[in-house]
Write a protein that binds this ligand. Structure first.
Ligand code: PLP
Length: 321
C-alpha cells in the first residue's frame, strides 16, 4: 500500500478504502464497463479512444454514469496527476476506469434510498505488469486454440468492454491446461479466430497483415494503432475472416494489447511460426510504435524487471492506512 489515491464517486480515497458494495450490479451481474489506458513517458496514450470506447460500452449497457466524456477525461487526468508523485519520474502508469450501474435498487435503503452509479478511476504503476512480460518480449508467445468460444455479437456484443468476462477466464484456464505458458485463442461460432482473453491477434502472409473482422472481437485500441502504423509504413493490412488454416500457414503472428503494445508469437498449436523469431513486419511495427511514443517500451520493461523486487519491498514497507 502506498499513498496512491483512487477516484471513487467524486472523491479521492486511498486504494484500501476504494471499495465497491456487495450489492453493486457489477458484482451481481458483471454489469460494469471498464477501460485500461496506459501512459508513455507519463502521458496517457490514446485516452480519447479509450474513453470513446468506454462511453460506447456504457451506451450498450444503458448506464448513465452522470459525467460527460469531457468530465471523465478531466477527472482521469487529475487522478493521474495526483498519483504521479508517488513514483519515480520514469514510471509509466496503467489507468483503469470501472463504471457500473451501482447498487441494485432492491437494496436501495442501504444507500439512503438513492443508489448512484459506481464510477472509479485508479492508476497503478506499470512496473509489475511489464516486469512480468519481459520473457514474452524475448521468447515470443505460444498460441493455441482453446475449447472456449468467443461470445458472438448476436449474444453480447464484444465491442463493449465489460466485466462480464467469465468466458475469457475459462479460456485462460483452458490455455494453462493446453501447456505451460500457452496463450489461448478463442474461435467464434463459425470457426474463425476471434481474439484472446485480453488481446487481439494478427497474421502476416506474403507481406499482407490480416486481423479478424471487427465482428466478434473487441476493437482494441492497440489493434487500431497497428492498422494506423501499417498505413503509415505502406504495409497492406486488412480485416478478414481467418481460421486455424490461415494461422498455421502464416509467416508471422503477433498479438496486441494496451500494456505491452505488440508481441510476436513463435508457435501456433505447437507449430513454429515463420523462422521462430520476430518477423520483419512485426519488427517494423514495433520499431514504429516505439518511435511514435518516444520510448523503447521493451527496454523499459527490462529495467522494471531489474527493480521489481525493490519496488515490492518498498510497497510492503508502507503502513496500510
Ligand atoms: C477481450 C479483449 N480483446 C482485446 C483487447 C485489447 O484491447 P486494447 O488494445 O484496447 O487494450 C482487450 C484488452 O483488454 C480485451 O480485453
Amino acid at each position: 500500500m502506498t499513498d496512491r489515491v483512487v477516484y471513487l464517486n467524486g472523491e479521492y480515497v486511498t486504494e484500501s478504502a476504494a471499495l465497491v458494495s456487495i450489492f453493486d450490479s457489477a458484482l451481481m451481474f458483471g454489469d460494469m464497463a471498464f477501460e485500461m489506458t496506459r501512459t508513455f513517458r507519463q502521458q496517457p496514450f490514446h485516452l480519447r479512444a479509450h474513453l470513446d470506447r468506454l462511453y460506447g460500452s456504457l451506451d450498450l449497457l444503458e448506464i448513465d454514469c452522470g459525467l460527460t466524456l469531457e468530465e471523465m477525461e478531466a477527472r482521469t487526468l487529475q487522478t493521474l496527476e495526483r498519483n504521479q508523485p508517488t513514483e519515480a519520474e520514469d514510471v509509466d502508469w496503467q489507468i483503469m476506469h470501472n463504471v457500473s450501474r451501482g447498487p441494485l435498487p432492491l437494496y436501495g435503503t442501504v444507500f439512503g434510498g438513492q443508489p448512484e452509479p459506481t464510477v472509479t478511476i485508479n492508476c497503478w504503476p506499470l512496473i509489475t505488469h511489464m516486469a512480468g512480460f519481459v520473457a514474452n518480449y524475448q521468447d515470443g508467445l505460444r498460441l493455441a486454440v482453446c475449447a472456449q468460444q468467443a461470445i458472438p455479437a448476436h449474444l453480447l456484443d464484444p465491442k463493449a468492454k465489460t466485466r462480464s468476462r467469465m468466458h475469457y477466464q475459462m479460456a485462460v484456464l483452458q490455455g494453462a491446461r493446453l501447456g505451460e505458458g500457452i496463450w489461448p485463442v478463442m474461435l467464434d461460432p463459425d470457426g474463425f479466430l476471434a481474439e484472446g482473453p485480453g488481446w487481439n491477434v494478427f497474421l502476416v502472409k506474403d507481406g499482407v497483415i490480416s486481423t479478424p473482422e471487427p465482428r466478434n472481437c473487441l476493437l482494441g485500441v492497440s489493434r487500431g494503432n497497428v492498422l494506423d502504423l501499417a498505413g503509415q509504413l505502406g504495409i497492406p493490412a486488412r480485416e478478414t475472416n481467418l481460421g486455424r488454416y490461415e494461422a498455421l500457414r502464416a509467416d508471422e503472428i503477433f498479438c496486441t494489447s494496451t500494456t505491452y503494445c505488440i508481441c510476436h508469437a513463435v508457435s501456433f498449436e505447437g507449430q513454429v511460426v515463420g523462422n521462430g523469431g520476430p518477423g520483419p513486419i512485426f519488427q517494423q511495427l514495433q520499431a514504429a510504435w516505439k518511435e511514435q511514443v518516444g520510448l523503447d517500451f521493451v527496454a523499459q520493461a527490462e529495467a522494471y524487471a531489474d527493480r521489481l523486487a525493490d519496488w515490492r519491498e518498498a510497497e510492503l514497507a508502507v503502513e496500510v492506512s
